[in-house]
Write a protein that binds this ligand. Structure first.
Ligand SMILES: Cc1cc2nc3c(=O)[nH]c(=O)nc-3n(C[C@H](O)[C@H](O)[C@H](O)COP(=O)(O)OP(=O)(O)OC[C@H]3O[C@@H](n4cnc5c(N)ncnc54)[C@H](O)[C@@H]3O)c2cc1C
Length: 326
């Protein structure tokens, strides 16, 4: 019987593990992939939008070569945080069900085992369900819903569908590394300049525009993708014109959503958030409407890495106090 099970070893889960250790709780982090799995899935060599103080686990401990850390510097930082503190983390183990209640304890069932814990913190991120276009051909092997690296696509025809930073970054990486790249984007996304409304960051847009001006990157304002085949993509342009593009690879990068099904099975209520559905929780304690079940990180209203690290440091002492009183 553990005091606390933490699901997910991203920045939120790692911060929670350290706080649990400091409070003397018996705890275990269960992670379906690797330490900082979401960051591992960023594009190779990508620079963060954030500065070190917004993403490091302790002040002054992340020392990037340039102003902003890269994916690789981030990964190394989080991995060494775990190794230095010898945090209890099981990787390659997915939580598949959580049942029980706060009076008798929760049972956490995974792909490898079953555990019992007094409290459960979901730090599961918001990457589990990449959004889909739901068009014919989307399951072909050449279609990807994640972009990690451009090097396999040099001198190939690549299409990137999407209007946010991830799509823009992928198009830029591909174009800069010699893929014949087309980006299909809605006009409202292309013309959006408001960072608060999800506009592309200017340090992505500026080099992207350089690629366009140099004639290496093609942008199509489109209405919808109609069909993907082995060799082509058919789409309807904003003008209503049907276009057929020769094509070797497609990246559909239109966002992703958290998988809230385990929480819902427990009876946790959800509500519409700014961008997507979020669990209902007490903003002070991050406890959901199901006593003993807590949430932190990217799938809550505190979305960015800084908040994902800060929130567990506030709430784990509250959990420890509550357990002590019982
Ligand atoms: C391409 C990209 C670029 C980004 N750039 C920035 C940036 O520059 N600055 C910034 O602040 N944020 C950025 N973000 C967002 C940032 O990645 C998140 O805010 C951050 O990862 C949140 O941390 P987290 O711990 O809440 O979630 P995550 O890091 O997503 O961690 C959740 C973990 O839970 C695991 N998990 C999920 N379900 C289960 C399960 N059932 N069983 C076991 N494990 C499970 C996942 O494998 C994952 O490791 C970016 C995101 C993307 C996709």
């Amino acid at each position: 019987m553990l005091d606390l099970i933490i699901i997910g070893a991203g920045p939120a889960g790692l911060s929670a593990a350290e706080a649990a250790m400091q409070k003397g709780l018996s705890y275990l982090v269960i992670e379906k992939g690797t330490i900082a799995n979401t960051i591992r899935q960023y594009p190779v060599g990508r620079s963060m939008f954030s500065t070190p103080n917004e993403v490091e686990m302790h002040e002054g401990t992340l020392k990037p070569v340039r102003e902003k850390p890269t994916r690789e510097e981030m990964l190394s930082h989080y991995i060494h945080f775990v190794l230095n503190l010898d945090l209890h983390i099981n990787t390659d183990e997915r939580v598949i069900a959580v049942t029980g209640n706060v009076n008798e304890s929760f049972v956490v069932k995974t792909t490898r085992s079953e555990y019992q814990a007094a409290r459960v913190l979901f730090a599961i991120g918001a990457m589990e369900r990449p959004r889909r276009l739901n068009v014919p051909g989307e399951d072909l092997p050449k279609v990807h819903h994640l972009f990690v690296e451009p090097y396999a696509y040099v001198r190939k025809d690549a299409l990137v569908v999407g209007g946010g930073n991830s799509a823009a970054e992928a198009a830029l990486f591909l174009s800069e590394e010699g893929a014949r790249t087309t980006m299909a984007i809605w006009r409202e996304d292309w013309e959006n300049r408001d960072p608060k409304a999800g506009a592309m960051k200017h340090w992505v847009r500026t080099p992207l525009e350089t690629e366009i001006e140099a004639g290496r990157l093609n942008v199509i304002l489109y209405k919808h993708v109609d069909e993907i085949t082995e060799t082509e993509v058919k789409l309807t342009a904003e003008t209503g014109e049907s276009l057929t593009l020769p094509n070797d690879v497609v990246f559909v990068l239109v966002g992703s959503d958290a998988d809230l099904s385990l929480l819902k099975q427990l009876g946790v209520k959800t509500e519409p958030g700014k961008l997507t559905e979020v669990p209902v929780y007490n903003p002070e304690t991050f406890e959901t409407n199901v006593p003993g079940i807590y949430v932190a990180g990217h799938f809550t209203h505190a979305r960015h890495i800084k908040a994902a690290i800060d929130v567990p440091r506030r709430i784990i002492p509250l959990i420890a106090k509550d357990l002590k009183n019982k």
